[in-house]
Design a protein around this ligand. Structure first.
Ligand code: SF4
Length: 334
C-alpha cells in the first residue's frame, strides 16, 4: 500500500505493533486516521530522539496523514527535580525546532505545548480522569503516596491527545502512535477506556531504544559519551564515534584474518540507523565479516555520515526558528 516499507521497519528498529491493521484498513478504504507522538522536553536532543520522528515524517509524506505532537513541558516539570516550568517550556520550543527541521508540511504537523494549549485537551482529560481510578494509575505507573498530584493527573493529558483528532474533526479519527515500549502503559489505558468514552482505540508501533555508543542498552544523559547531541561540536562527535564500542578484533592483523562481528557492533547499528542505502550497509556488513574493512575506517565512514546529517539538520533547524508558529496546533484550530 505504501509502495515500499520504511528502512527502519525493514531493519527491525520498529519491531512490534498493537492493532496496526485498523489503521491499514482505514488507509485502504480512504478513511481518516492520524499520527501521534510526544516528547518530554527537559534537555537538548540526541540524534536517537530523532529516529522515531523520522518514521513519523515518512508516514506524513507517504500517506498525507496529519501528525499531532505533544510537548509535555508540564510533566517534565512535575516529575523531574530541579526544573522550573519556564525551563521545560523553553525546551519545548527548542525541541520543536528539531522536529520541524526534519521537514514537515506546516498543515500536517500540529505541535501541542501542554502548558499553552491546555484548552484543546482539558475537556477530554476530565472525561479520561473520571474513568481512571487512583489505584489503576498508581499500579500502572508505579506512583506512591508521595507522588505529587500533578504527576498523578498527567496521564490523562497524554491519553487525551490520542482522542483529540476525533474531537477536532467531529468524526472517528483513530491514531497510530510510533513510540518506545516505555510509553505503552499510557496507551494501554487509553485503549481500555476509549470505547466507553466514544473514541476509537489508539494503535501503536513500537521502536527499540537506540543503543549507547559505549555499549549501554540506550543512549543516556548520565553518560554524555554514550550519545551524540544535536548541539555537540564536530570534534566531540568525532571523538565519541572513534571511541565507540565495536565488534572488531583487538588488532588490525586479527581483523584482516578473522573479520569483525557487525551483529554485535554499535557502530554498525548506527550505520543501519543513519544510512538509508541498503547497498551501502550491505557492503559494510560483508566487508566487515571478511576482514576487508577495519574498524577505524568504518568509524570514519560513520562520522562522515553523521556529520553530514547534523550539518543539514542544524541548517534546517536554524530556518525553523522563523516558522515555528505555523506548526502550532493553536495556529490552525481555534
Ligand atoms: Fe563494527 Fe565496522 Fe568494526 Fe565491523 S568494521 S566490527 S561493523 S566497526
Amino acid at each position: 500500500m505504501a509502495g515500499d516499507v520504511h528502512y527502519l521497519i525493514r531493519r527491525g528498529f520498529f519491531y512490534a505493533h498493537r492493532d496496526l491493521r485498523t489503521i491499514l484498513d482505514r488507509q485502504r478504504t480512504g478513511l481518516k486516521w492520524a499520527l501521534y507522538s510526544g516528547r518530554g522536553p527537559s534537555a537538548d536532543l540526541h540524534i536517537g530522539h530523532l529516529v522515531p520522528w523520522m518514521l513519523g515524517r515518512w508516514f506524513v509524506n507517504r500517506f498525507g496523514v496529519e501528525y499531532f505532537f505533544e510537548m509535555t513541558d508540564d510533566e517534565k516539570f512535575l516529575v523531574k527535580e530541579g526544573y522550573t516550568l519556564e525551563q521545560t517550556n523553553r525546551y519545548a520550543y527548542e525541541n520543536a525546532l528539531d522536529l520541524i527541521a526534519l521537514g514537515f508540511p506546516p498543515d500536517k504537523l500540529h505541535i501541542i505545548i501542554d502548558t499553552e494549549d491546555i484548552k484543546y485537551l482539558y475537556k477530554i482529560a476530565v472525561r479520561v480522569g473520571k474513568k481512571l481510578t487512583l489505584s489503576t494509575v498508581k499500579h500502572t505507573f508505579g506512583f506512591t503516596d508521595s507522588t505529587n498530584v500533578g504527576a498523578a493527573f498527567f496521564p490523562t493529558l497524554e491519553i487525551s491527545v490520542a482522542f483529540l483528532p476525533t474531537e477536532l474533526y467531529g468524526e472517528t479519527v483513530p491514531v497510530l502512535i510510533p513510540t518506545a515500549i516505555d510509553q505503552d502503559p499510557y496507551f494501554r489505558l487509553a485503549r481500555d477506556i476509549a470505547e466507553d468514552l466514544g473514541y476509537p482505540k489508539p494503535s501503536t508501533i513500537y521502536g527499540k531504544f537506540i543503543p549507547g555508543l559505549t555499549g549501554e542498552d540506550k543512549m543516556s544523559a548520565s553518560n554524555p559519551d554514550s550519545a551524540i547531541y544535536i548541539t555537540d561540536e564536530e570534534r566531540d562527535v568525532k571523538r565519541k564515534i572513534m571511541n565507540a564500542l565495536t565488534g572488531g578484533q583487538p588488532t588490525a592483523e586479527f581483523q584482516r584474518k578473522y573479520g569483525g562481528d557487525p551483529d554485535n557492533c554499535v557502530v554498525y547499528k548506527y550505520h543501519l540507523l543513519f544510512q538509508e542505502s541498503d547497498e551501502k550497509v550491505k557492503r559494510i556488513y560483508e566487508d566487515c565479516k571478511v576482514g576487508k574493512l577495519l574498524c577505524g575506517e568504518c568509524k570514519a565512514m560513520l562520522f562522515e555520515r553523521i556529520r553530514e546529517f547534523m550539518k543539514e539538520h542544524n541548517e534546517r533547524r536554524e530556518r525553523a526558528k522563523d516558522v515555528v508558529q505555523q506548526y502550532r496546533l493553536s495556529t490552525k484550530f481555534k
